[in-house]
Design a protein around this ligand. Sequence first.
Ligand code: FAD
Length: 599
Amino acid sequence: MATSVLDSPAAKGGSFLLESPAPQDVFTPADLTDDQKLIGQTAEEYVVKEVLPVVKDLEAKKPGLMAELVKKAAGLGLMSGATPEEYGGAGLDKIATTVLTEKISVYGGFAVTHGAHAGIGTLPIVYFGTEEQKKKYLPKLASGELIGAYCLSEPQAGSDAQNLLTRAVLNPEGTHYILNGQKMWITNGGFADLYIVFAKVDGEKLTAFIVERSFPGCKPGNEEHKMGIHGSSTTPVFLENCLVPKENVLHEIGRGHIVAFNVLNAGRFTLGASCVGGSKQVLMTASKYSKERKAFGKPIGDFGLLKEKLAEMAIRIFAVESMIYRSAGYIEAAMHAAAGSGNKTQNTMKVLEEYAIESSIAKVYGSEMLDFVVDEAVQIFGGYGFHEDYPVCRAYRDSRINRIFEGTNEINRMLIIQMLMKRAMGGQLPLVPAALKLADEILAGPSFEETPEGVLADEARTIASAKKMFLQAAGGALQKYREKLADEQELVAALANMVMEIYAMESGLLRAQKAAARKGPGASAAMIDAARVFIAEAAERVDHEAKRAIAAVHEGDQLSTQMAVLKRFGKRPVIDTIALRRRVAAAVRAQDRYPFEGR
Ligand SMILES: Cc1cc2nc3c(=O)[nH]c(=O)nc-3n(C[C@H](O)[C@H](O)[C@H](O)COP(=O)(O)OP(=O)(O)OC[C@H]3O[C@@H](n4cnc5c(N)ncnc54)[C@H](O)[C@@H]3O)c2cc1C
């Protein structure tokens, strides 16, 4: 398949906080190849034509229906994006897999099923399986003959997964491990054939196992009664003296955490992409409805407040979409660069780890964006949005889980800063020298800065200042709390929020600049408007978080000085976001859909 990769080397994970890449150095949806677009189109068509018409039955859990749809999708190569071709998979690159995930996520129930099978249910074997395990299981997972699931959580251990109680003991003959325990909340649990199960060998060594449903002692429980994603299956899985052949140990004994967390890294990124797909569908539905529904003698979409909603939905989708494809571009470029040298699994692990910060950002920012979009869609539908007969009602319920699974958003916020600090301390990211340099700059007082020029030049400066604010806040926090910083969770979350806003702002900026350079500012006017609104308001949020963080670290005269510096960094032109949003709304309403598709 023709892949599309950037010519320049991929930026290092987290380096966006310190560097200012050029627009041509980031991947954007406009860079997708025809092949990549075709995969997205196939995925979307499949869901629209085959899945949406039977949603009622899926939501009612018609026996066998979801499994049948998974198998049919597998026949089109939609359930094995990341599985290499040599094992029967579609063998897609990271960018194509991202498009596939985005476009298959039109309906939450199917999106979750897809993620559990093609993502966290299959990837452990792709990344960590032995040659025999790959040959035995991957072709069947790719064809849908087997459906996969991932079993980490337990009733008493979700976020705190390493505290799991499932035990594995080698039998006296030395041929099988005997597993005992209960897994909880397992997506695809009810119909999966293959479970990736995490258990502690001899009560200590966390280890991953490939467990077939047919193994004696493996039994899924009843379907859980959930708030949403009713189309998907979620059950406990019971392991009662379950006999697992020794050769089904995945990776190494005692290295289960490596399997679990690397796969979750990949899953988090995918979840962000899935949220983009879901939100576009909801925006389309809401825009159409706003034209059909009349109040006070005119379509409700003609009212300013409704235009504002449609615009803001599109703007936030734009920001997340921009960062998802930017990250996908980095990951793909890094994988490409590593290919052909060394151990493939280790290379993949290194790349996943390299972009773990960006993956957590995709998960948190994507899921919160989707929650915003579905909430506004319900509001646009008014009372009908609160009725089960209308799809936005379902989308609202379906969205909520995204902030909970694949590591809650609280845990991922902590991880963003933890990983950043780890990279800084490990010398992979020169965060400390940058903070020291900034401290010198602050001491030297205001300096003459060149007036920026070109498209979105003021916004570029706003982002550069936001990065300084982050360094100011993070530098102070680190100096005060050092290795105890993790205990200051509210402070850590404030810093994580700044990091996410910076990545979102810059990704939108670079994409709009790239589009303007390619097609001219006139042809990219709506996108430029969207970027300006987003950056103006995200910068306000950065200000707010910086103040919170700095006030938690300094006091007295020192605090006053820090606030004065912050004020200096916060200087930026005021823009008319009302007028800009009206223009973005016009772009949405002109097509009744997300207006920046493929651009
Ligand atoms: C529909 C659904 C599908 C799922 N699918 C799967 C699956 O396929 N496989 C699988 O293994 N698991 C799955 N899960 C489980 C999911 O990953 C967990 O629910 C999630 O990790 C949270 O764990 P928990 O429910 O135990 O909540 P808890 O860990 O008890 O968390 C409760 C609250 O406390 C917060 N919290 C916990 N620890 C901290 C901390 N250190 N600092 C700050 N806040 C903290 C959390 O953020 C959360 O707000 C699924 C869950 C659901 C609901």
